[in-house]
Write a protein that binds this ligand. Sequence first.
Ligand SMILES: [Zn+2]
Length: 296
Amino acid sequence: MLIETHAHLDYPDFAGDFDEVLRRATEAGVTRIITIGTSIESSRRAVELAEKYPNIYAVIGVHPTYAEEAEEDVITPLRELAKNSRVVAIGETGLDYHRLPSIELENKAKTSAFPHQELFQPVAKALQYSTEGEIEAGIHDGAYKSKQASLFEQQLDLAVELGLNVVIHQRDAWDDTLEIMRPYAGKLRGVFHCFGGTQAQAEEVIALDHLVSFTGIVTFKNGGSVRDVAARIPLWKFMVETDCPYLAPVPFRGKRCEPAHTRLVAESIAAARGITLEEVAEETTSTAGKFFQFNR
Ligand SMILES: [Zn+2]
């Protein structure tokens, strides 16, 4: 019995074979799937899925890379959606500086196959004139960061108000993320999803009574350092996830990911720790059972 703690089942990637995806998850021993909202619309779809399928639960929130296009008031609709007892946490929310306007400028010739890149459309127009573009991008960086910070804080406040925990998305923004979360210590717990940091960072998170969760990255050939972290931190301080449709574990790397692959993540961690899959499954399921409010 495994809990897939981070899936994006509302994404169109699953529209064609949704029931098959659920069936394969069940066959792989994944008994619960938490589908994560990334915008108000996506959160609404997540709640609909959770209402329809008994083994799906919803987390609702606005992803930091949606900061620019997000509604002026996201809290009223989120508060309304959270009345549904199938909502088990707030998120994903946090900070993502990976595609700041200025960095986007530097990277404009490069391509990246990372999650959510298609969701973010920065000041592309400014990039056509490099000097003017650089200036504009610098100004936009500040505005973009403060928009993300505000959205993040509003959602943390809502979580406290509702007594829910929070699914945290953090990318290239470690210090600022922890700084924003500091005043909330003791009021809520967060899970740093898709953890890709160092052992020291994992320990920092754990010391603040937060959790981490691991994706298929732990199965990657170049995922050695994350796998080591997963092997060393206490067994009761992490959960497993796929972040599907992204980050399919080996041997499916590069393909569409799905909740059934949570088992491969757990197997890889079990092997790294020298324990059985059952032990990882039992402990991560118990951790998820305490972190998410399945019985509201
Ligand atoms: Zn996600």
